[in-house]
Design a protein around this ligand. Structure first.
Ligand SMILES: Cc1cc2nc3c(=O)[nH]c(=O)nc-3n(C[C@H](O)[C@H](O)[C@H](O)COP(=O)(O)O)c2cc1C
Length: 391
């Protein structure tokens, strides 16, 4: 129902995205998109580029006088440092010097360099790196801000926080929605100021060693209507769709829904969320270990998912690699790089969850206009109240 396609290279003129399927009438504020773009660029442990560029969005189509039109929304974020890469990234043929100036030959273990070169048959890793880079997530965050604008209208909010960076982690347990207010003030987007200090120290240590460090983020959506997604076919299951969306984020290597990781070591009686209540009070779940999803369908609880972010591949003290042209041993290439991207990955995860939830919402409600979405949803909610709400 809601689809989006991103385009753009890391040092090309711009990143772009086309979002199709948003109903007409959704309020869009450019500043909100820019706020999310800024949040993606922040976080302790980011490298030089984030300091020289502040991303801002241009809305090219699909929005008029602050509301969506129902037509595709085109968004553009310019790469400010493209100026010094004009010849290197030019779509037109250039003298060899332009190609040689930024040619990359020593693939970084853990990045897409070697796999991408083998896939596309190029010996210039620049051709791979420019698109494989997580700069692409700029487009996703911009698209995600549109999805959030729709979700906001139906009372759904999406937030995230950092659970772990290296050895520094929050204690086990549920982080309450209300605690998330602290996140935007934290340099590492962590709810606990003391743990945040330990996380910063982890990043500092990794940086001093010329190394990188990974971690875990949790993304949470509140106010999600019950009944989104489906168990009827494998590719409609919303837990699977969320996992795919989060796993597609650069450097994410594992995804768990709710307390999913504990599921392999816990008995059923301690794992599942009991159903309590009666006709008078309505039904409720005292716990939410399932992360708001049962059978691939939302059950009305908060959606909670965790993503494990690996340590990024570019290391200032590089790992062993080879020169692709000569096959001689070499140290892996070093591009200007971050040390830790876990806080930023949380912001990207919010965007991806918002996009999946907005898609699932529209699947449930249909609707060419926001008014139609709202009235269809109200009918759905009325039916659900009859089934499970107070009598
Ligand atoms: C927000 C964000 C920023 C990133 N920045 C860098 C970076 O500066 N240097 C780097 O080597 N990897 C960085 N990465 C990770 C790589 O993009 C990623 O490891 C690479 O594309 C290979 O994909 P894979 O790790 O999913 O296999 C970043 C990831 C994210 C989410």
């Amino acid at each position: 129902m809601l689809r989006f396609l991103t385009a753009g290279e890391s040092h090309g003129p711009a990143l772009s995205v086309v979002v199709e399927g948003l109903p007409a009438g959704v309020p869009v504020e450019r500043e909100r998109i820019d706020t999310d773009l800024r949040r993606r660029q922040g976080g302790y442990g980011r490298g030089g580029r984030m300091k020289i560029e502040t991303d801002t969005v241009e809305i090219l189509s699909g929005v008029r006088h602050g509301r969506t039109l129902g037509s595709p929304v085109g968004l553009l974020v310019r790469n400010l440092d493209h100026e010094s890469w004009r010849d290197v990234m030019s779509p037109d043929p250039q003298p060899d010097a332009a190609r040689e100036r930024r040619r990359l030959r020593h693939p970084r273990p853990g990045h897409a360099d070697l796999a991408g070169a083998l896939k596309y048959g190029t010996d210039d890793l620049r051709n791979v790196v420019e698109r494989a880079s997580a700069r692409e997530t700029t487009s996703r965050v911009a698209a995600g801000a549109l999805a959030r604008a729709l979700l906001r209208e139906v009372g759904v909010e999406v937030r995230s926080h950092v659970v772990r960076i290296g050895a520094a982690a929050l204690p086990a347990g549920v982080v309450a929605w209300e605690a998330l207010d602290a996140v935007e003030e934290s340099p590492v987007r962590c709810v606990d100021a003391r743990v945040a200090v330990a996380m910063v120290a982890e990043i500092d240590r990794a940086k001093k060693d010329g190394d990188s460090v990974g971690g875990v983020v949790e993304v949470i959506a509140r106010g999600v209507p019950a009944g989104l997604g489906s168990y009827a076919q494998w590719d409609r299951k919303l837990d699977g769709r969320i996992a795919q969306a989060l796993m597609s984020i650069h450097a994410v290597k594992a995804v768990a829904i709710g307390e999913g990781l504990a599921g392999g070591e816990t008995r059923g009686s301690a794992f599942h969320d009991e159903i309590v209540g009666d006709a008078e009070a309505g039904l409720r779940r005292p716990t939410n270990r399932a992360g708001g999803l049962e059978g691939g369908v939302t059950n009305g609880e908060e959606i909670r998912a965790r993503a494990v972010v690996k340590p990024i591949p570019t290391l200032l003290i590089p790992l062993r690699s080879v020169d692709l042209a000569t096959r001689e041993p070499q140290k892996a290439s070093v591009e200007r790089s971050d040390t830790c991207v876990v806080p930023a990955a949380g912001v990207v995860a919010e965007a991806m969850l918002a996009l999946v939830l907005a898609d699932a919402l529209l699947e449930k409600t249909g609707g060419d206009s926001l008014d139609e979405v709202l009235s269809h949803l109200e009918a759905t909610r009325a039916g659900q109240r009859r089934l499970a709400g107070p009598r």
